[in-house]
Design a protein around this ligand. Structure first.
Ligand code: ATP
Length: 357
């Protein structure tokens, strides 16, 4: 009953419209067997729509889905052979843990001994053996999510789809389950597509991330690529580059761009085509704005103590707001001068047509 192995799952221009509005517009992506893919983006960007199109819960408005040479998007959900894990667990409340996990195998009319063996294995895999006889209502949120995961993987799916599976759990449990999901993905050799709006979760779990915004792909890349070199200011913003400064490029030499903030020179690194005189958006993470005597002069507005360091909001004389982090104790009204090293200051053309909106 194991699903046939595949090399590539291909989404080709997958589009879904609701009343003429494209919730997902032309998603093209090759998912290789064994990959962990995260679909990432803010609320309403089309993540769940993409997952539901893959699962067969939503028909496509355009495009197609292929597992190697086999066309999938015309098949009903149960014939795609995918396992699904949802945010709300969606367990049968009247069935025990064992009953919930066995359900998919029983539906496939497998011999009783095989159902029992595979159910026990899956329950052991998610470390719930001692709870196997309990009803979902007698379990904690984390345990219920483990049942949902066991139920998804017990059918040996060719692909596991997860829609924000950890969002109902508290912070500590979320971290534990994150490790658990990665462990299962690796040890079972699964191929996983995982939806989340949490960039940290996506970066820590996925081999590749797909960042969506308004139904369009903004960037596909490894966690490192997205973390260090977001393709446009939308992705940069989403990846924690909290400072997006609207400036002008004064000089450009290769990918080195010189800008000016209230009389202070800043040198950044161009991402894309930047020319002298262009309006640009310079992106920098709070932790990469560092104190410097020659830096931009500002005054602290808000200083929040956060244990290891302080999160500070400061304002320049012209009212430009900067977000920074520092281990120096600062209080409102304290003066501070900051700058950023060129590799940490990414400079994007500010033209609207320079990236997908
Ligand atoms: P969230 O993180 O909030 O779940 P999401 O990224 O998963 O968001 P989707 O649920 O895919 O976003 O929704 C994408 C867009 O499509 C949104 O603008 C949403 O309002 C719209 N949409 C989704 N489902 C429907 C529907 N059944 N009918 C009409 N519009 C819909």
């Amino acid at each position: 009953m194991t699903q046939p192995p595949f090399e590539t799952l291909r989404l080709d221009g997958v589009t879904r419209r609701f009343a003429g509005h494209a919730a997902l517009a032309g998603l093209t992506l090759d998912i290789r067997r064994g990959e962990f893919i995260a679909l990432l983006g803010p609320s309403g960007c089309g993540k769940s729509t993409a997952l539901n199109c893959l699962a067969g819960l939503l028909p496509l408005s355009a495009g197609s889905i292929w597992q190697d040479e086999r066309r999938l998007d015309t098949l009903p959900p149960e014939r795609r052979g995918f396992g699904m894990v949802f945010q709300n667990y969606a367990l049968f409340p009247h069935l025990s843990v064992r009953g919930n996990v066995a359900f998919g195998l029983q539906m496939r009319r497998l011999p009783r001994a095989e159902v029992r063996r595979r159910t026990d294995e899956a329950i052991e895999l998610v470390r719930l053996t001692e709870h196997a006889g309990k009803l979902p209502g007698q379990l904690s949120g984390g345990q219920q999510q483990r049942v949902a995961i066991a139920r998804a993987v017990v059918i040996s799916p060719s692909l596991v789809l997860m829609d924000e599976p950890l969002s109902n759990l508290d912070a500590k449990l979320r971290l534990e389950m994150r490790t658990e999901i990665r462990r299962l993905h690796q040890s079972l050799g699964l191929t996983t597509v995982y939806v989340t709006h949490d960039q940290e979760e996506a970066l820590s779990l996925a081999d590749r991330l797909v960042v969506l915004r308004s139904g369009r792909v903004q960037q596909v890349g490894t966690p490192e690529e997205l973390h260090t070199r977001p393709a446009n200011p939308h992705v940069a913003d989403f990846m924690g580059f909290r400072n997006l400064l609207h400036l002008k490029a004064e000089k450009v030499a290769g990918d080195s761009v010189v800008m000016n903030v209230e009389g202070v020179r800043l040198t950044g690194t161009a991402v894309g085509d930047v020319r002298p005189g262009d309006d640009v958006i310079a992106a920098v993470r709070p932790e990469h704005l560092v104190p410097s005597d020659e830096g931009i002069r500002c005054v602290v507005d808000v200083a929040e103590y956060q244990g290891r360091d302080m999160a500070v909001e400061a304002r320049t004389g012209d009212g430009l707001v900067l977000h920074l982090r520092t281990t120096t104790r600062l209080a409102p009204q304290d003066p501070i001068t900051v700058t950023a090293a060129a590799p940490n200051l990414l400079v994007y053309p500010a033209k609207d047509d320079a990236w997908p909106t």
